[in-house]
Write a protein that binds this ligand. Structure first.
Ligand code: ATP
Ligand code: MG
Length: 584
């Protein structure tokens, strides 16, 4: 079975069970400053898991592209990638454990025809917070899984939470026995030795963690599941690692061909090159270029680390990058790329590599020359030569010069902290902060964005169209079409109009309807590609009407007031406004 067939089977299966198909959205989260990239199928659904009404209903299914920067260190093993695809099905307060598990089993056994003797599962072992998940184990047993294949593991493996507070609950993971030799007498699912590969996870969001650390039952219980496309494809094809499936084999062949070296004897290096370049290509396709901050820096790290690895195999990057781009785009074309993508992505990546190559050489020499490399030097290399820290660590370890890894890490991090402004620390933030983005500040600014949009249309004209927006708890950013600089007077007019509406305390109302009806009713819908049939429409009195996912305040007075702090050009015919909340 190919990966495409697997994806189609999964989506069809859950659609038949009453789920609505969600679009596969960009790796760049919309209006979510707390996360750099979408890292799971569940990620775009957080507001709905927290209780917002989803326009498509309570049972959803998707295939979602994901990027996990936190897995960069694991790349090179048989099953961890930075970029991968995740299939998932969700119940938003609808079905519960029994259906979720039964459907997982039915899909694995009846649809994928996997050998049930090779499937192992894990359940939550229980602790002071929450009980042992006997209920889940019983359901597995009732389906015919023997007790000896059910493992009870602790929080580290079988507990999911959105952050330190908020929704959480036990999960059950499904593993496939690859047939490899056990790693020892205690070899078991969850030990990551490679014998048992985790392919699917069903999460039961049952509790809410309060700020005092206590758990309470959630009002709306949700199911969230995630199945890895690459891992499951490898299992279905009996391949030892994900790089031997059609999702990577073309790429690995090219790397072998151009380097004149064999995959078997250069596995780890070739895997890293293939993974990192593929991830960089997908990040580029979603509109990010290499740079020094946040998402751009992740992309830079991916490209630079791949470059160092290419050098180790004596590959000339400029020779291989066009081929790599073509290969990745060919593999995924119908779903993600158009023919024009290949050329522009190729140029972006090659330009970054060329710039890095110029300094890389000097950096490597400097590292080689020192006998005792400390974290401060590693930081200078990072600052001056653009050496990602993990590259320095790897080179040192390769040369047998990595004496005290922990100390270097500590020193590097303390240097980094000194140099980083607070805004950049989000590089390290994981999804854990996901709740913060739906804080009150962000909600208020979100509603303020709708007000600004309509006010601009009234003051400047109806040619004003939203082309982008971004919200952090501190401010909103709004991009729109308009060709001239706004005068002081115009800015004041826009601000006054917004604040007049806030003062009038208009009510914000949400309705679910078809996109067609929404347009008929005059709702602005610039991101209309997101939902296929049903959409949410937010109206503010009779002032503004927009298709939008929410959330919003209920009454405008909650916003207080809005102040425009900056207006500038962002290219021909496009302007950008920054605005903040103010107390009026
Ligand atoms: P692992 O413990 O193996 O890192 P995980 O517990 O982090 O996996 P989940 O967060 O439960 O995985 O993600 C759901 C599914 O997505 C996994 O069962 C797996 O099939 C897939 N998956 C997760 N991380 C990766 C990755 N880095 N590369 C490829 N597939 C992944
Ligand atoms: Mg993981």
């Amino acid at each position: 079975m190919t990966a495409s067939q697997l994806k189609k089977k999964y989506l069809d299966f859950f659609v038949k069970k009453g789920h609505k198909l969600l679009p596969n959205v960009s790796l760049i989260p919309e209006d979510d400053p707390s996360a750099l990239f979408i890292n799971s199928g569940m990620h775009p659904l957080v507001p709905y898991l927290l209780g917002e009404t989803h326009p498509l209903g309570k049972k959803l299914v998707s295939n979602q592209r994901c990027l996990r920067t936190q897995d960069i260190k694991s790349v090179g093993d048989s099953c961890h990638l930075t970029f991968f695809e995740m299939l998932g099905n969700w119940s938003l307060g609808d079905y519960w454990k029994k259906e979720a598990i039964e459907w997982s089993w039915e899909f694995l056994i009846k649809e994928l025809n996997l050998d049930k003797e090779k499937i192992f599962v894990s359940c939550f072992a229980g602790d002071k917070d929450a009980p042992r998940d006997e209920e889940t184990a019983k359901i597995w047993e009732s389906l015919g899984i023997s007790k000896s294949k059910i493992y009870f593991l602790g929080k580290k493996d079988n507990w999911w939470s959105v952050g330190e507070t908020g929704p959480c609950g036990p999960d059950t993971e499904m593993f496939y026995d690859t047939g490899q030799k056990p790693c020892g007498s205690k070899c078991q699912p969850g030990d990551n030795c490679g014998k048992y590969v985790e392919i699917w996870n069903d999460v039961f969001m049952e509790f809410n963690r309060l700020p005092n650390g206590k758990l309470e039952k959630l009002k709306q219980r949700n199911i969230d599941t995630g199945m890895g496309v690459e891992r499951t494809t490898a299992v279905l094809q009996g391949k030892e690692d994900i790089y031997q499936t059609e999702l990577f084999s073309g790429l690995i062949n090219k790397i072998e061909e151009i380097s004149g070296k064999k995959y078997e004897s250069n596995q780890k290096t070739m895997r890293i090159i293939a993974d990192h370049l593929k991830a960089a290509i997908f990040v580029a396709q979603d509109g990010v270029g290499p740079g020094n901050k946040e998402r751009s820096y992740v992309m830079r790290r991916l490209i630079r680390r791949a470059t160092v690895k290419m050098k180790q195999l004596d590959i000339v990057p400029s020779k291989i990058i066009p081929t790599v781009c073509q290969e990745v785009i060919k593999t995924y074309e119908s779903e993600y790329f158009n023919k024009e993508s290949a050329y522009s992505i190729d140029i972006v990546i090659r330009t970054e590599i060329d710039a890095f190559l110029q300094t890389m050489h000097r950096g490597v020499k400097l590292l080689q020359a020192k006998t005792n490399v400390d974290g401060k030097l590693a930081f200078d290399l990072y600052q001056t030569y653009g050496f990602p820290f993990e590259v320095t660590l790897e080179l040192l370890s390769q040369w047998g010069k990595l004496v005290n890894k922990k100390r270097i890490e500590e020193e590097f991090n303390s240097e980094l902290k000194k140099h980083q402004k607070l805004s950049q620390t989000s590089l390290k933030k994981k999804f854990a902060g996901g709740l913060a983005d739906h804080s009150q500040q962000v909600t208020k600014l979100h509603t303020a964005t709708h007000l600004l949009h309509q006010a601009l249309r009234e003051v400047l004209g109806s040619h004003v169209k939203q082309v982008g927006s971004n919200i952090t708890p501190e401010r909103l950013r709004f991009d729109f079409t308009h060709s001239e600089k706004l005068s002081k007077k115009e800015i004041k007019k826009v601000e006054d109009l917004i604040n007049k509406k806030i003062k009038a305390n208009l009510k914000v109302k949400m309705e679910v309807m078809s996109l067609e009806d929404a347009k008929k009713k005059g709702a602005l819908a610039f991101f209309n590609q997101r939902y296929k049939d049903k959409v949410k429409v937010y109206s503010i009195g009779d002032f503004s009407k927009e298709v939008c996912g929410g959330p919003h305040v209920s009454f405008l007075s909650e916003i207080g007031g809005v102040k425009i702090v900056k207006e500038k050009s962002i290219g021909t015919g496009r302007r950008r406004i920054y605005a903040q909340l103010s107390q009026k």
